[in-house]
Design a protein around this ligand. Structure first.
Ligand SMILES: NC(=O)c1ccc[n+]([C@@H]2O[C@H](COP(=O)([O-])OP(=O)(O)OC[C@H]3O[C@@H](n4cnc5c(N)ncnc54)[C@H](OP(=O)(O)O)[C@@H]3O)[C@@H](O)[C@H]2O)c1
Length: 315
């Protein structure tokens, strides 16, 4: 089957001809992939710094959307023909940048009706990350004030929406081209991070005290994020750069984990429009290397997606 990934750890991304997955084992399903998400984390997998259960030559890709075509023993939640999405790590055979992938049936959920394949493919990792940051790492509550640093990005944008849905007052940083979208997502205030005075403005907006909680979604952005958290507040970063603890502030270094219960709830919100996600570039499997370069350089206008089965309509 056609796939895209690396022949060796640290090698370039290229189109691969890989063996078809064997029939699904107990608890597994085979998914015919319609589209797969691309994130800078796929480069981390290819470089060998995130073990998702594969050895080269290996297809990359940890986000899938597609149709179940075979069901293993003991699978009760899915049937052939079901349309699913998920973050099915650890992977069982190959990554999701492939025509077919074998996954743990408990790690994919039904795709909401009417959600396009591209959106479904790019949803699981950022949505789960945002949810886990807000509920598990920060435990944000209604009427608290939250800073989302990097709200113009995919994960930050979803964090703004999820926090606003919980009645949290969100102060966000974003560039001029994302500001309107971030405001629409529910941010009370959007500050341009190009203006070096944005941390002072956060303090002004919080009566000098700082925010109750903050999430950093900017590579290297934790050090300035922690400065605007109030004494004894909470902070989480998703970019692996936790700052030293200061002023009694708790710091969480968050890494996404698959969670189907959370993903089902997030899909309900996506399906009824309370959560939205606009996709950026959509490229064919043959252009996986370009897709990854674009994701690594900072996805503009939404997450990058590989379209793997172009004939699907996604309704
Ligand atoms: N730990 C985890 O499990 C996990 C999960 C998901 C993502 N991540 C990481 O989180 C980061 C964000 O990922 P993503 O996919 O959501 O990002 P993304 O969509 O690629 O975000 C890129 C956007 O961030 C904004 N940005 C860039 N520099 C900024 C700065 N200095 N200050 C504020 N905003 C800035 C820009 O938007 P505008 O200029 O348009 O505002 C840019 O378009 C990545 O490093 C990713 O690896 C980690």
């Amino acid at each position: 089957m056609r796939a895209a990934g690396v022949r060796e750890i640290g090698g370039p991304v290229e189109v691969l001809d890989l063996t078809e997955p064997a029939g699904p084992g107990p608890g597994e399903v085979v998914v015919e992939v319609a589209a797969a998400g691309v994130g800078n984390w796929d480069g981390i997998v290819g470089a060998g710094a995130w073990n998702v259960g594969l050895t080269p030559p290996m297809a990359l890709g940890v986000e899938v959307a597609g149709t179940v075509v075979a069901v293993g023993a003991n699978v009760t939640n899915l049937r052939p023909g079901d349309e699913v999405l998920g973050h099915p790590v650890p992977l069982r055979h190959q990554g999701c940048w492939a025509e077919r992938v074998v996954v743990d049936a408990d790690l994919v959920v039904h795709k909401p009706l009417g959600v396009p394949w591209e959106t479904a493919a790019a949803f699981a990792v950022p949505a789960l990350t945002a949810e886990q940051v807000l509920t598990e790492a920060l435990g944000v509550a209604e009427n608290e004030t939250l800073l989302v640093h990097g709200a113009g990005g995919t994960t930050g944008g979803l964090a703004v929406q999820l926090a606003a849905l919980r009645g949290v007052r969100v102060i966000a940083t974003a560039g001029p081209s994302s500001a309107a979208r971030v405001k629409e997502a529910g941010a009370a205030e959007v500050l341009d991070y190009h203006d070096g005075g944005w941390p002072d403005r956060v303090r002004e907006l919080t009566g000098g005290a700082g925010v109750d909680a903050a999430v950093n979604a900017v590579s290297g952005g934790s050090a300035e994020t922690v400065l605007v958290v109030r004494q004894g507040g909470r902070m989480a970063t998703i970019t692996g750069d936790p700052p030293a603890a200061e002023r009694g502030i708790s710091v969480a270094d968050v890494y996404v984990r698959p969670d189907s219960t959370q993903l089902e709830e997030l899909c309900l919100l996506l399906g009824d429009g309370r959560l939205t996600l606009s996709v950026g570039d959509v490229l064919p499997l043959a252009e996986a290397a370009t897709a990854l370069e674009r994701a690594v350089s900072g996805a503009k206008g939404g997450p990058v997606v590989l379209r793997i089965a172009p004939e699907r309509t996604g309704m």
